[in-house]
Design a protein around this ligand. Structure first.
Ligand code: ATR
Length: 272
């Protein structure tokens, strides 16, 4: 039977085994999927061992996505741009590295009926999470993309880097100089973990905006709550979690599982 894993540290709270087993069941597909806690200094060694055991692939979570990027033999263009790998496929003796996070976000935005094409988009944050999602968003042709970050230089250099794959204007700046309203605001900062909303000037989000937090929680994240308080439609990242997993499944198995039912099921279970 084909064997898959999620590798991380910590990893015990990962929903990936549940998600992938659900996908396999729903498709009558046979595979095994387990989580594996990897010591912080033993990521590459663990993957090499799995290769010897002829595993089929794995997902990679914190803090190993950059290391996975470095050890992959081949990278998909989106993983190359992201500078991080969340999915490895072991294929013909080669490790193929992909990053499905951005496509997961784009697919979930589609599920939520949020259009990217022609939209004025604001990405909050310029760390690994932001870098992972920007290229697939740009591929859907927004009219403009602004990256705002607390450390302004990081926003500027990420914007310059992403300009190479953009057909629209991509700019980086601090929160304080943001102006005008945006159609879609994506929170890719880690600030929801500490219950902080990035300091956005008035008028950036209004009642016709859409907002998306890459983080998810049983109750509205502070960012989702803030956006709703401005009358905007807002979602957390649970749908993206399931959709990025569906994209990994597609890379591994050549079939894309349905996501809707699982997203609703996970939401109900989280709220219990
Ligand atoms: P990740 O891989 O989750 O993106 P990261 O690379 O450490 O993690 O980046 C965290 C992001 O959240 C950064 O953009 C960070 O801003 P700085 O670059 O200025 O550090 C942002 N961030 C974290 N806490 C924040 C807060 N309280 N307010 C605004 N931005 C915050």
């Amino acid at each position: 039977m084909d064997r898959y894993y999620v590798l991380g540290n910590p990893v015990e709270h990962s929903k990936s085994p549940y998600i992938h087993r659900f996908f396999a069941d729903s498709l009558n597909d046979e595979l095994s999927y387990e989580s594996r806690l990897v010591p912080l200094d033993a990521f590459e060694q663990t993957v090499r061992q799995l290769m010897k055991e002829n595993f089929s692939g794995c997902n990679i979570t914190v803090p190993f996505k950059e290391q996975a990027y470095r050890i992959a033999d081949v990278l998909t263009p989106r993983a190359d741009l992201a500078g991080a790998v969340n999915t490895l496929k072991y294929d013909d003796g080669r490790l193929v590295g992909d990053n499905t996070d951005g496509e997961g976000l784009v697919q979930d935005l589609q599920r939520c009926d949020v259009s990217i094409e022609g939209a004025r988009i604001l990405v909050l944050g310029a760390g690994g999470a932001a870098r992972g999602i920007i290229a697939p968003v740009l591929a859907r042709k927004p009219s403009e993309l602004v990256i705002a970050n607390r450390t302004v230089s990081k926003a500027e250099s990420l914007a310059e880097y992403m300009s190479s794959v953009a057909e629209c204007d991509v700019r980086g700046m601090g929160f304080d100089v943001l102006s005008g309203r945006f159609d879609l605001i994506i929170n890719a900062t880690s600030s929801s973990i500490t219950n902080v909303v990035p300091p956005l000037p008035e008028g950036v989000i209004d009642s016709s905006s859409c907002a998306y937090d890459l983080m998810y929680a049983p109750v509205d994240t502070v960012f989702v709550a803030y956006a709703k308080s401005k009358g905007a439609k807002a979602w957390d990242g649970l749908g993206m979690l399931v959709s990025q997993a569906a994209e990994s499944y597609l890379l591994w198995r050549g079939v894309k599982p349905q996501t809707e039912e699982l997203i609703m099921k996970l939401r109900r279970e989280m709220q219990k």
